[in-house]
Ligand binder design. Structure first.
Ligand code: ASP
Ligand code: MG
Length: 407
């Protein structure tokens, strides 16, 4: 939902979908990125300028789609929310970056879910707003919070039937939850799909549909490869592998909660809702075509113990420990007798500390800004195609997957 037309589209889709629905919304347009800029403390003038932009953007969408009875009420709700956001930006302590991040960035979903709910009410479509924070419980690992499924399920069991007594459409916020100490938490960027999967798991939903601006899961990024084709049917196993290695249509954490309860996932386009999209379920299907996905902005790091000791248990446990401490997730790794190479997402906030932790015992080499290509069901033609005129820095093959680090 990046504009009024997007909100109206959601309304149309909901109107033509029978049954009891829980609608999980993500922030509007680029709101999450805009809110991220407010996390480091800025001077008052700069902060106000940014908030005003976010405010104007949301008011203009609300005004374009909510034109009748709900207009006044929506504007007064938005006024309150923005007053609270201004207060949070000013007052929330900056000593824990990740904690402050979650308190601020979670406003995006709050705003979008409120606007959608008001729009539907304005159109005479009964719906009820449902507070994700009071039902999805997490630990306080801010920005990447881990969900307590047992506790969350208890809340859903209790609150969802009550909500459905009032309306067949429940609107809730993606991407956010609450820690036991009652602080807002977020589940990782692009985490709204994951929220849908958590809720589906906790409520034993029949299916989940993710609505995107692409026709379904494609075998390659259509923006980069014009011969990309849509995949009609995908197994959970292939879907999780593709999502993990960067197929951005599905958040990688989405698959597990669904697979565990055998809930079907559909990926469809809101631009052509009547089309089939992609179906992901427990059926064993092999993909008809090689799938290739790229992760850009990668770092390739190579470590060799200075004392010439093997890359065996002791070195490996030190290395993995350092990655875990700096919250850096590995996308690919390979080792030989005295060399360990690993590829991960570049994050300038984490890299210096991580490198520092290896400097004492290891010879450290790294390449910045490399690309990690993963090809599932690979063939030589696809490998040649993606690596044409590029330098392959590292390569790894297993039965179904090949990974290439390219410069
Ligand atoms: N709004 C959040 C983000 O941009 C969550 C999502 O889009 O799924 O990361
Ligand atoms: Mg999003």
């Amino acid at each position: 939902m990046k504009d009024a037309q997007g909100v109206k589209r959601v309304g149309n889709i909901l109107e033509s979908t029978p049954g009891q629905l829980i609608v999980v919304v993500s922030a509007m347009g680029k709101t999450t990125n805009a809110l991220e800029i407010l996390v480091p403390k800025l001077n008052d003038l700069e902060a106000e300028k940014l908030i005003k932009e976010i405010e104007d953007y949301h008011y203009s969408i609300a005004k374009d789609c909510i034109t009748r009875r709900w207009k006044e009420q929506t504007i007064s709700t938005l006024n309150k929310v923005f007053a609270e956001l201004r207060e949070t930006v000013k007052e929330y302590p900056a000593d824990n970056y990740d904690e402050r991040y979650d308190q601020l960035v979670s406003y995006g979903e709050f705003l979008s879910s409120r606007i959608l709910g008001s729009y539907l009410s304005d159109e005479g479509i009964p719906n009820i707003w449902f507070n994700a924070c009071s039902n999805i419980w997490t630990d306080n690992n801010f920005r990447e919070a881990r969900v307590d499924f047992t506790k969350s399920k208890k809340y859903f069991d209790q609150n969802v039937p009550i909500a459905f007594e009032n309306a067949n459409i429940i609107i809730t916020e993606g991407f956010i939850g609450q820690s036991g100490s009652r602080k807002k938490t977020t589940l990782g960027r692009e985490g709204s799909d994951y929220t849908a999967a958590i809720i589906a798991h906790c409520t034993n939903a029949e299916s989940v549909t993710i609505w995107k601006d692409v026709p379904g899961v494609m075998n390659a990024d259509p923006k980069k490869f014009e011969d990309a084709v849509k995949i009609n049917q995908l197994s959970y196993q292939d879907a999780i592998e593709l999502a993990y290695y960067g197929a951005s249509v599905i958040h990688p954490k989405t698959i597990k909660p669904l697979q565990n309860k055998n809930i079907t996932l559909f990926v469809k386009s809101f631009l052509s809702p009547e089309e089939e999209g992609t179906r992901i379920d427990g059926a064993i299907t092999k993909l008809p075509v090689p799938c290739f996905i790229s992760k850009t902005e990668q770092v390739l790091l190579s470590l060799s113990p200075k004392d010439f000791s093997f890359i065996a248990e002791e070195n490996l446990s030190f290395i993995f420990d350092s990655f875990a401490k700096h919250k850096v997730k590995l996308n690919m790794m390979q080792h030989s007798a005295i060399n360990f190479s690993v590829c991960f997402d570049s994050d300038p906030r984490k890299l210096p500390g991580l490198l520092q932790s290896f400097q004492g015992n290891y010879r450290v080499l790294y390449n910045d800004n490399v690309e990690l290509f993963t090809i599932r069901y690979y063939d030589q033609a696809t490998i040649d195609k993606v690596s044409k005129d590029r330098n392959i820095l590292l390569e790894q093959r297993s039965r179904y997957t090949v990974q290439l680090v390219l410069k």
